[in-house]
Design a protein around this ligand. Structure first.
Ligand SMILES: *Cc1c(COP(=O)(O)O)cnc(C)c1O
Length: 443
């Protein structure tokens, strides 16, 4: 059994996280319940910051809030000195409501609407990461309307694609994001940005993938960005002040996955920046990174109550929990794998192989296939590990299932950071038009 962060099995044989007994958390807050190990989140943030400090380069570590965007998490990011990436007005609003410093907010996205851009301009965020030509024109015009000048990075597609262990380096990358480096779009975008008087071009951004377990892809990206920077300097006498290398640092979900320690990713990036840029006699740029999953992923545990089971002799035993694809769509979307234990009998011997189903009307609503567990019964608690990233963030109300509560646990204290949705929350945006009130079906 692999336990993350402060998780352990206590002397009652119960899972304990942040000094809180999981059975107590279930009794107090109900299930399903997202539990975040606050100390582990803070530890991850500090690993990034410390590694950059050790490099001596100027930097910003921007938490990619899409992984888990709630106000309490923004507050922690702020306390740990991080910057913040947002990709919608909703994420921006979350950060602003949490009092996150606007100058450390960066706005991403391949299709920002005029309303979103206006909102971000009015609040005065630190930087827009511009994705395409339409956005360049639009942002310049809207900034002009407000008499503002705004910092931008251009998102470029460097032609390096990293999938965990495979790297594909192509001239022409098939991606919906950014300006392509290989086909000249990135060069053209720089030229265009320089003609737009309300935009201040700080540099470029690249994000090569997600759940990356090696440093080679980042080195390749730095190499391509540095070559590009040098060619732009020669041609246009423009020096990039900022190079943003995105996120994608991997985490361990299941046995056999072996991500590197955070400082190794950071060191590979900062070493590559130092050597590539110094070799070209180029002033060392400020380095930004954007970890999402690796900041919060392994700090999250989802606690469920086991309900029914169905045994098909010789085929499979299903056990069903009180959540599923509504609180964790990743197995259904990506065939993602997870590890889990019985939280109320953490030391019981593993006796059977079961598959964990959710409660939605959907055969694809499965959380884990072929999990080794003790004999489980209705009422036992199942803890699924590593659910801190892209779980609450991707949760839905399919089947009108209410989204679970989220608690932060630390030093024996548990604090609610997102309330469980109520039945009234489920219908609060529904409207019955007056003409339907006449229907005998509605009162
Ligand atoms: C999703 C994303 C990230 C974060 O990726 P993780 O794999 O969660 O670290 C960072 N930057 C950009 C541009 C992204 O789209």
């Amino acid at each position: 059994m692999y336990l993350h962060g402060t998780s352990r099995i206590n002397d009652k044989g119960h899972l304990e996280i942040g000094g809180c007994d999981a059975t107590d958390l279930a009794a107090q807050f109900g299930t399903p319940l997202y539990i975040m190990d606050e100390a582990l989140v803070r530890q991850r943030a500090r690993e990034y910051v410390e590694a950059f400090k050790a490099s001596g380069l100027p930097f910003q570590v921007a938490y990619a809030s899409k992984a888990f965007s709630v106000m309490a998490m923004c507050a922690i990011a702020e306390q740990e000195g991080l910057s913040l990436d947002v990709v919608s007005d909703g994420e921006l609003h979350t950060a602003l409501q949490a009092g996150f410093p606007v100058e450390r907010i960066h706005f991403h996205g391949n299709n920002k609407t005029p309303d979103e851009i206006n909102m971000a301009l009015e609040t005065g965020i630190g930087c827009f990461v511009v994705d395409n030509f339409l956005e360049l024109e639009l942002l310049n015009a809207l900034a002009g309307d407000k008499g503002k000048k705004v910092n931008i990075l251009l998102r470029i597609t460097p032609g390096v694609e990293a999938h965990t262990h495979d790297y594909i380096s192509t001239g022409q990358q098939d991606s919906k994001f950014g300006f392509d480096l290989g086909n000249g779009a990135a060069r053209e975008a720089i030229g265009k940005a320089l003609t737009l008087s309300n935009l201040i071009l700080l540099g470029v951004h690249s994000h090569i993938g997600s759940q990356i377990f090696e440093v080679e892809g980042f080195r390749m990206a730095v190499d391509k960005v540095a070559q590009f920077a040098v060619s732009i300097r020669e041609e246009l006498d423009l020096t990039f002040k900022v190079v943003n290398l995105g996120g994608g640092f991997g985490i361990r979900y299941v046995e056999g996955e072996t991500p590197l320690p955070i400082h190794q990713y950071v060191q590979a990036i900062t070493d590559a920046v130092k050597s590539n840029f110094s070799d070209a006699n180029y002033p060392l740029p400020e380095i930004w990174v954007e970890p999402g999953r690796s900041m919060v992923g392994d700090a999250g545990t989802t606690l469920y109550t086991i309900g029914t089971s169905k045994n098909i002799p010789g085929v499979r035993k299903y056990i069903a929990v009180d959540g599923g694809m509504t609180d964790n769509p990743r197995p259904a979307l990506y065939q993602s794998q997870y590890e889990a234990i019985l939280a109320n009998r953490g030391n019981a011997p593993l006796e059977e192989t079961v598959s964990v189903a959710g409660k939605c009307c959907e055969s694809g609503d499965m959380l884990i296939w072929d999990l080794e567990l003790p004999q489980s019964e209705s009422g036992d608690l199942l803890a699924v590990f590593c659910t801190g990233a892209y779980n609450y963030a991707m949760a839905s109300n399919y089947n009108r299932i209410r989204r679970p509560a989220v608690v932060f646990v630390k030093d024996g204290e548990a604090d609610l950071v997102v309330k469980r949705e109520s039945l009234d929350n489920i219908v609060c945006n529904d409207v019955i038009p007056a003409r339907l009130h006449k229907s005998p079906l509605a009162k």
